[in-house]
Design a protein around this ligand. Sequence first.
Ligand code: PRP
Ligand code: MG
Ligand code: MN
Length: 178
Amino acid sequence: TERPYVIDEMITAKSIAARIEALSREIAAEFDDTDKLVVVGLLRGSFVFIADLVRELDLPIEVDFIEASSYGDAMESSREVRILKDLRSAIEGRDVLVVEDIVDTGFTLSHVIKLLQSRKPARLKTIALLDKPSRREVEIAADWIGFEIPDEFVVGYGVDFAQRNRNLPYIGKVRFTP
Ligand code: PRP
Ligand code: MG
Ligand code: MN
């Protein structure tokens, strides 16, 4: 029942790297007075982005993860965000940066922000590599965005299609073939 598809390159690895360099400088400026920034990746989609981002970040940091899932293997959001794994560290009074691969309907990021805000961090900021504003159902915007994209099914650089293609070094667009 798997429809055959091909992947057309949409954002090259090179332009992703250049964008991350620029974003890292903005983030470092924003948190230049931090004693230690907790960088929180949302598993699984953000694992590639967070790895590249933290290596460009000239700040004292700690890395932690939350696993949230709303799509599973489906193409449509369940609109129900489940926390499958919570943070290891307490974040009360601390500086936190949430790292997401893509904001689509907004349910995932909005749920995670609410959860983390309730723990009273000193500062909580968000970054998403990709933003699909045309698909938004929950009013939410990340503080930093890598690229705004149209309503296309994208894969690669951590983003999956039914758990596949996360390992592509670039962002590609899924095109179904007859
Ligand atoms: C995907 C993606 C974002 C979220 C965006 O995660 O990685 O986290 O959906 O969609 P939304 O804005 O409509 O909530 P998914 O639930 O597929 O889990 P994954 O990160 O493990 O792929
Ligand atoms: Mg995800
Ligand atoms: Mn997914």
